[in-house]
Write a protein that binds this ligand. Structure first.
Ligand SMILES: NC(=O)c1ccc[n+]([C@@H]2O[C@H](COP(=O)([O-])OP(=O)(O)OC[C@H]3O[C@@H](n4cnc5c(N)ncnc54)[C@H](O)[C@@H]3O)[C@@H](O)[C@H]2O)c1
Length: 374
């Protein structure tokens, strides 16, 4: 038996999702919807999906059990609520919502209906990060103590054909890229309890630089540079910098230091990539300028790309176990980002009260291409 899937939002990222979802034997993509019907039709045709149309038409298809919400952050919650009202499970792109009340509404509606809400990123389920998590769980760096992470680039106004949402409420590098980095941190360190932050806007007006609307100016209304200090529940800490205003591209700078070693993680916005392990033991006897060579940890496991989380959700529902990329985890990550926003505005550190448990790593032999649902 396959699980019927519908996709709402046929924009830029839908191509990556559909390229992967259509290769998983456990899933069957039945419908692509968008408010732009021509865009939905073209995407469906591109990937051989049998039907396209409006969200209402998609939600009326009884063969669809999971709906993948790839709309814009400002409407994620309202689209999720419509999906749940139609009796279907949700996979939503990040962030789960743009405010905590909307995230709560979505999680409460799911619980009341006995349905699931799972949320991107699913990169944390990919081979690269999962292999690093296994090394950490195996004690290779001792007890994790601190982390330093940053992602810098000139901004998506360079390549996205409709980049305005990435520079307005619900966007900025913090809400757009933060979920990858913060979900990874929470996966290793547990819940964040307090956040300090600063934020700034270098250029308050930007210009669409690619696609048919190139040359269109728009206002930047959220920080394009955010620097955070995070405190976790067990007394550990991390610093994280997110920028859409740097001429230096730095994707996925991510180091975690433990009592006995440190690990350089792969880019948390990717599904694969090696890690580098440095141990304190390797420094033993090195008293001069020489330094040890780090051990490379290869990525093992699935690295199929965006859509892995939808499959994991389908299999978790069938097995009656919790999904890993849970809505509760996404809501905690949103709480961290909103706390950082408030901390930057007020100059005071802000407490985060929600708590989550770190998800279990995926088994190394978890195979997206296997047919597992009888
Ligand atoms: N572009 C990327 O590289 C990327 C990567 C990872 C995640 N994401 C996330 O994916 C989501 C979509 O991003 P995108 O870049 O594809 O945006 P996009 O603007 O290219 O596409 C969004 C699509 O959603 C449709 N839409 C908007 N409101 C709708 C509604 N109420 N009902 C139905 N359709 C609606 C739009 O018509 C558009 O086709 C965002 O949450 C973004 O954060 C994007």
């Amino acid at each position: 038996m396959t699980v019927g899937v519908g996709v709402i939002g046929a924009g830029v990222i839908s191509a990556q999702y559909l390229a992967n979802l259509t290769t998983f034997p456990d899933l069957e993509v039945r419908f692509v919807a968008d408010i732009d019907l021509e865009r939905a039709r073209a995407r469906a045709e591109e990937f051989g999906i049998p039907a396209s149309g409006t969200t209402e038409e998609l939600l009326a298809d009884d063969g669809i059990e999971i709906v993948v919400n790839l709309t814009l952050p400002a409407v994620h919650a309202e689209v999720d609520l419509a999906i749940l009202a139609a009796g279907k499970h949700v996979w939503s792109e990040k962030p789960i919502a743009t405010n905590a009340a909307d995230a709560r509404k979505v999680l409460d509606a799911a619980e009341a209906a006995g349905l699931r809400v799972a949320v991107a990123p699913d990169t944390v389920l990919g081979a690269g990060l999962q292999s690093a998590f296994r090394a950490i769980a195996d004690g290779r760096i001792g007890a994790p103590q601190t982390a330093t992470t940053m992602v810098l680039n000139p901004g998506p106004d360079r390549w996205h054909p409709a980049p305005e949402f990435l520079f307005q409420a619900g966007g900025g590098p913090l809400l757009d890229l933060g979920p990858y980095y913060l979900t990874t941190l929470v996966s290793v360190f547990g819940s964040v309890v307090r956040v300090s932050a600063v934020g700034s806007i270098a250029r308050p007006v930007r210009t669409v630089e690619s696609g048919p609307r190139a040359g269109t100016e728009f206002d930047v209304t959220v920080p394009t540079h955010s620097a955070l200090l995070l405190e976790f529940e067990h007394g550990t800490s991390a610093q994280a910098t997110f920028s859409f205003q740097s001429a230096i591209p730095r994707a996925g700078f991510f180091e975690i230091t433990g009592t006995d070693g440190a690990i350089v993680l792969p880019d948390p916005n990717m599904f694969d990539g090696q890690s580098q392990l440095w141990t304190m033991a390797a420094w033993k006897g090195l008293t001069g300028p020489e330094q040890p060579t780090p051990e490379t940890i290869e990525a093992t496991g699935p690295a199929d790309g965006r859509g892995l989380g939808v499959l994991e959700l389908a299999r978790a529902i069938a097995a009656g176990v919790p999904e890993r990329a849970s809505g509760a985890l996404a809501a905690h990550v949103l709480d961290i980002m909103l706390a950082a926003t408030r901390a930057a505005e007020t100059g005071a550190s802000v407490e985060v009260t929600s708590r989550v448990l770190a998800p279990e790593p995926l088994p190394a032999d978890w195979d997206p291409k296997a047919r597992t649902l009888a």
